[in-house]
Design a binder for this molecule. Structure first.
Ligand code: ADP
Ligand code: 5GP
Length: 205
């Protein structure tokens, strides 16, 4: 069984990363989303174990000292981390895993030489549209929106470091681009577009 790929996706808050990933997971087989741990409070409509594992700071810090996280970062005043065990198990089963993490977490994985990981950056079509989407989501108080906008300027400067840059203007188009990247990476790893291993030896006769 060939191992699944690791895709690392970052974007300034409000660019539409969660929306794109939800759609992508619905149209691509053998793809999973890594559910991070966070100390952030759930937003209306979010449930524990689906968008995130919502934990208190003490639990997060205990996990961090037990080296349970592949990477972790403080983002917009809250702690976020990727649990090693969940993604390992999925990759071992040949499932591709998407990590939706911030630019600091992506930097940790890039600098620690996470071999074979593919880095994607999602950008909004314009600054005005980013502001509109962040406010339009209606889930964060104005103070949080301001903090996220301030951080977005810094996060955008990391875009150059990623393997792929995808502008989320028309949603379906952006989902299509991500799907194309997933399929191309599977072909590179000698797998079918839906993620199954290809038996090359069997084809040689
Ligand atoms: P992120 O996960 O990057 O913080 P979300 O996925 O929550 O962002 O999207 C922020 C808001 O923008 C949501 O209200 C979402 O419905 C909207 N949105 C996402 N993509 C698009 C798009 N291509 N065009 C218009 N609105 C979008
Ligand atoms: P939100 O609070 O809007 O869900 O996420 C805020 C930011 O935290 C986003 O940039 C998201 O990618 C990032 N994030 C979510 N999970 C993780 C994680 O496990 N590690 C890191 N480094 N960032 C994360």
């Amino acid at each position: 069984m060939s191992r699944g790929n690791l895709f690392v996706i970052s974007a300034p808050s409000g660019a539409g990363k969660s929306t794109i990933l939800k759609k992508l997971l619905a149209v691509v087989d053998n793809l999973a989303f890594s559910i991070s741990h966070t100390t952030r409070a759930p937003r209306p409509g979010e449930s524990n174990g689906r968008e995130y594992h919502f934990v208190d700071r003490a639990t997060f810090e205990r996990m961090r000292s037990d080296l349970a996280f592949l990477e972790w970062a403080e983002v917009h005043g809250n702690l976020y981390g990727t649990s090693r065990t969940a993604i390992e198990a999925q990759q071992a089963q040949g499932i591709d895993v998407f990590l939706d993490i911030d630019v600091q977490g992506a930097r940790q994985l890039r600098d620690c030489g996470h071999p074979g990981a593919v880095f994607l950056f999602i950008a909004p079509p314009s600054w005005a549209e980013l502001e509109k989407r962040l406010r339009g989501r209606g889930t964060d108080p104005e103070e949080t929106v301001q903090l996220r906008l301030h951080n977005a300027r810094l996060e955008m400067t990391d875009a150059e470091r990623y393997d792929y840059l995808v502008v989320n203007d028309r949603l379906d188009e952006a989902v299509g681009v991500l799907r194309a990247v997933v399929i191309a990476e599977r072909c590179k790893g000698r797998r079918t577009p839906d993620g199954r291993p290809i038996d090359l030896a069997g084809m040689r006769g």
